[in-house]
Design a protein around this ligand. Sequence first.
Ligand SMILES: Cc1cc2nc3c(=O)[nH]c(=O)nc-3n(C[C@H](O)[C@H](O)[C@H](O)COP(=O)(O)O)c2cc1C
Length: 187
Amino acid sequence: METMKTLLSRRSISKLKEPYPSKEEMSDVYQAALRAPDHSWLRPWKFIEVTGESRNKLGKAFINSTKKTEEIDGERENKIASLPLRSPMIIIVVARINHDKPNVPRLEQIQSTAAAAQNILLALHDKGYGAYWRTGKYSTERNEYISSELSLDKNDEVLGYLYVGTPEVDAPSIPELENKDFVTYWN
Ligand SMILES: Cc1cc2nc3c(=O)[nH]c(=O)nc-3n(C[C@H](O)[C@H](O)[C@H](O)COP(=O)(O)O)c2cc1C
């Protein structure tokens, strides 16, 4: 029953402050991620943890990758630089696509990595932390330059950024959704 409580009460929290989870807490969180379903056990997951000053480096990576396709003024640059400072910890979620396995297409490897990301969100919530999954313009899907800024391999794809910390505000109320709007029974 505790598991159902965690599942049903998770909300995305955008306003996050210190402290962020300890190394020990994150060890549990990553173990939860590594329990994601995974066709053929390819283990396509990579998580890059960013805290402290390194968040400024991430801001620079966002700026550099934006400049590849757009001209930006100083004001916009400052705004982009501040994006990673919205939380004390960020986990960059990367799918390392193995193209040698025709029975496990790219999409399945991305699905597995997304399942791992959801396990991270749930484990953090279970431990009392807040998190928010963002992509903005900085997933590989929308920005082909971000991977090289992050020194990733050519088959690595950035699926998103999990902003992590202690909730600064109460979680927004849970939306009421009805199963009947999403579930059908095939007879
Ligand atoms: C792959 C993915 C990317 C997302 N990117 C963004 C984003 O860039 N900006 C944003 O405000 N929300 C983004 N979201 C949505 C939020 O993470 C969150 O799910 C949404 O606000 C709904 O809140 P809830 O999880 O509490 O229902 C993204 C969600 C997913 C699954």
